[in-house]
Design a protein around this ligand. Structure first.
Ligand SMILES: O=C(O)C[C@H](O)C(=O)O
Length: 467
């Protein structure tokens, strides 16, 4: 162990650790979730530190040795090195100061090492050098925006892949007529392709929404320091640091019009989370539908078969469960729950900052991660391998009364109701009933009850028109 000091006193820090006394105190203060801060937030914070060091060096506030050492140490962290040096719990009081200090301390010790010093010697100081012209309150929200943007783009691609797989199935099943169901009761026929098209369209909307919302996160408050007023940050630095950050991240970031606003308001995270929730709602609906349609195999709907991924039961040999949709349901529940936590955290900010951003980070980045993985397993471990039970679909259409509504434009409501009553009583098909009752000739009945036209818009256009 080595001894480090701060204004509260002394503390032992493990000799091997790149972190310092602030992080050590945080480890003791927040034994909460057991999860460290998301690695993408750490990487984004490291890029902010690199950008600040570049700006400070260029403007003459940092000497070159110190500046370059910070830049190198920060770049290593941004590239994923020293990942085990960020043990601070994801849930923490203090608006993210512990995370900011964890990054400051690791950069300071690594930079010290690069300059030939030992850990704890602080040739590069975590506060005076690494945190120069910054506050947690501007670097943390900025880093969270960067981390979220970097994760949202791959998420929108993962959702696009799910859309693509759903559309392939839409085309494959375009000719399969099956019962529609409304309120879970037999309704008019649809094609299986049409059911896939409904899911694909919902997912297409999610993809677009998530792709677009990334733009809303590009307004950052870096340079605003503690309260958005920019106290302690030189004017040229405030302008230059954003430029550096743009170059280092490759993202079109802009200084927010009002640094005060972006320092205290977290509504953009509620907005992003709301869109993730909408996507979760859609994934959940698809997973529910797939579980219903594949139920059985003998005593259920049994219209489709999901790929069999693993043995389902320890007591019922041969049973296979819809594990992928079930997992996706749980992903959706988790994302929806995260949205509530994010909403509460965002709405409880007070005066100059939102002190609950650590909870927002924890939930938002996890939700993006989960949603992307959920969309991928749904696409590639389930939807792509779905097959149809064509005979079952046809049998359900033929032996239910769901084709009867297509008689309405020809026979009207009352006679169609008679056909339904008769078919039910005599246990015959609708086709048979309409003939038995003498409402249509055999030839006309075949024309009107043409299964190829059933689920097409325009099926009511003069069904008995003369050729
Ligand atoms: O850590 C800081 O820079 C500021 C802190 O978040 C605070 O506002 O108390």
């Amino acid at each position: 162990m080595r001894i480090e000091k701060d204004f509260l006193g002394e503390k032992q820090v493990p000799e091997h650790a790149y972190w310092g006394i602030h992080t050590q105190r945080a480890l003791e203060n927040f034994p909460l979730s057991g999860h460290p801060v998301h690695s993408n937030l750490i990487k984004a914070l490291a890029l902010v530190k690199v950008s600040a060091a570049q700006a400070n060096m260029e403007l003459g506030y940092l000497d070159n040795d110190t500046g370059y050492a910070i830049i190198e140490a920060g770049s290593e962290i941004a590239a994923g090195k020293l990942a085990d040096q960020f043990p601070t719990d994801a849930l923490q009081g203090g608006a993210g100061t512990s995370t900011n200090m964890n990054v400051n301390e690791v950069i300071a010790n690594r930079a010290t090492e690069l300059l030939g010093g030992g850990k704890g010697q602080y040739l590069v100081d975590p506060l005076n050098h690494v945190n120069m012209h910054q506050s947690t309150n501007d670097v943390y929200p900025t880093a969270l925006r960067i981390a979220a943007i970097k994760m949202l783009l791959p998420l929108s691609e993962q959702i696009a892949e799910l859309q693509d797989v759903l559309q392939q199935k839409e085309a494959e099943f375009a000719g399969i007529l099956k019962p529609g169901r409304t309120q879970l009761q037999d309704a008019v026929p649809v094609t299986l392709g049409q059911e896939f098209s409904g899911w694909a369209q919902a997912v297409a909307r999610d993809r677009w929404r998530i792709y677009k919302v990334e733009e809303r996160l590009r307004q950052v408050n870096l340079g605003g320091t503690a309260a958005g007023t920019g106290i302690n940050a030189p004017r040229e630095y405030i302008f230059l640091v954003i430029e550096k950050l743009r170059q280092n991240t490759g993202i079109g970031l802009a200084r927010a019009e009002s640094l005060i606003d972006v320092t205290q308001n977290a509504d953009v995270f509620t907005e992003v989370s709301g869109l993730l929730k909408a996507a979760a709602v859609n994934l959940n609906k698809i997973a529910n539908d797939l579980r219903l349609l594949s139920s059985g195999p003998f005593a259920g709907f049994a219209e489709i078969r999901l790929p069999e991924k693993q043995a389902g039961s320890t007591i019922m040999p041969g049973k296979v469960n819809p594990i992928i949709p079930e997992a996706v349901n749980q992903v959706a529940f988790q994302v929806i729950a995260a949205d509530l936590a994010i909403t509460m955290a965002c709405q409880n900010g007070q005066l100059e900052i939102n002190q609950f951003l650590p909870l927002v980070t924890y939930n938002l980045l996890q939700a993006i991660d989960l949603l992307g993985k959920g969309a991928s397993i749904l696409a590639y471990k389930c939807v792509s391998g779905i097959t149809v039970n064509e005979e079952r679909c046809l049998e359900l259409v033929e032996h239910s009364l769901i084709t009867a509504p297509i008689l309405m434009p020809v026979l009207g409501y009352a006679k169609t109701a008679e056909v339904v009553k008769y078919a039910r009583r005599e246990k015959v098909t609708v086709r048979q009933a309409v003939k038995d009752l003498g409402y249509l000739s055999s030839e006309d009945a075949e024309k009107v009850l043409d299964y190829h036209l059933m689920a097409r818009p325009g099926s009511a256009d003069k069904p008995l028109r003369e050729e």
